[in-house]
Ligand binder design. Structure first.
Ligand SMILES: NC(=O)c1ccc[n+]([C@@H]2O[C@H](COP(=O)([O-])OP(=O)(O)OC[C@H]3O[C@@H](n4cnc5c(N)ncnc54)[C@H](OP(=O)(O)O)[C@@H]3O)[C@@H](O)[C@H]2O)c1
Length: 287
């Protein structure tokens, strides 16, 4: 099943070919995250896909955002196969379309009220040396990697605050009080290497956004964590290896499922503690 009805804020919505299951089906979820609502960007590929699948598999209602409707629909079927699963709602949304992001957030606040978890895993990656770089590429990466996630976070704050203010039993469900924002970042967001100036600048910017936001909303019961990732086996990384002319051996890299494990651990950490920043590296330093 692919979950209850999807808010689709895109200008030309492409309805899922699957009939919408009854929201009552989602209520039978028994996984550890049952009762929680999660918004995951970049859910159509790589890390975001693995995180969305894990959260839904663990019982959450997941609003899975991406631009590729077919891949989102396929994920919805895979991620909710077990009886203990929650639901997965595919949402086609381009983060660079500010009006669409605002519509999605407004719909979500009305429809779900609470958002317990916001995971940022969408974005673009273009590399070139400063002297060769296209300024249009810089603008495009800023729009997808910083501006879009910033607007989405800003507009979902009321729903995150609502989740954080729950009484501990959730809204009649099992979700505990508290909310989390998880931001996938890169090792380039700590120290930029040659040829990555534009992308690295967007990652440094998101680190700044996360650090500032944390200080603004911790007192509301919302935690904010940045995960600085090393090379992780995803379609993006495969393309990077191809450009670098190196053979791609995904088994030597962090697995997207490793990151999903980490996210489920972080959100279930007792609310008396907060992880603010993590650096995840492949265990084998093969590259
Ligand atoms: N893989 C790594 O080695 C690595 C290392 C460090 C950091 N990270 C970070 O981890 C995150 C995910 O990386 P990944 O490797 O999983 O990437 P990926 O496989 O390339 O997936 C990127 C995702 O972002 C979505 N996206 C891109 N532009 C978008 C836009 N304008 N609006 C909405 N969605 C958009 C894509 O959607 P569509 O496919 O539907 O267009 C896709 O779902 C990124 O933030 C990245 O910086 C990854």
């Amino acid at each position: 099943m692919s979950g209850d009805a999807a808010p689709n804020p895109s200008p030309e919505p492409e309805p899922s070919p699957e009939p919408e299951p009854s929201p009552a089906l989602a209520a039978v979820a028994t996984g550890p995250l049952a009762g929680r609502v999660a918004v995951v960007t970049g859910a159509s590929s790589g890390i975001g896909r693995a995180v969305a699948a894990r959260l839904a598999g663990d019982g959450a209602t997941v609003l899975a955002l991406g631009r590729d409707q077919a891949r989102l629909d396929a994920l919805g079927k895979e991620a909710t196969a077990l009886p203990s699963s929650g639901s997965l709602v595919p949402v086609r949304l381009d983060l660079t379309d500010t009006a669409a992001v605002e519509r999605f957030a407004a719909d979500t606040v009305v429809r779900y009220g609470h958002v317990h978890l916001l995971v940022h895993s969408a974005g673009g990656y273009l590399n070139s040396r400063v002297e060769d770089a296209s300024v249009d590429d810089f603008d495009a990466q800023y729009a997808a990697n910083v501006r879009g996630p910033f607007v989405l976070t800003q507009r979902l704050l009321p729903a995150l605050r609502a989740a954080a203010a729950l009484d501990g039993d959730g809204d009649g469900g099992a979700a505990p009080a508290g909310a989390d924002v998880v931001v996938m970042n890169s090792s380039q967001g700590v120290r930029a290497g040659a040829g990555t100036s534009q992308f690295a600048a967007t990652q440094h910017a998101m680190r700044a956004v996360a650090d500032s936001l944390r200080q603004e909303i911790n007192s509301d019961g919302i935690r904010v964590v940045t995960i600085h990732l090393g090379r992780t086996a995803t379609p993006r990384q495969e393309a990077i290896f191809e450009r670098e002319g190196r053979s791609y051996r995904p088994e030597l890299l962090i697995q997207a499922e490793d990151v999903a494990d980490l996210v489920t651990y972080l959100v279930q950490l007792p609310r008396t503690a907060e992880v603010t920043e993590l650096h995840l590296r492949p265990a084998l330093k093969s590259y």
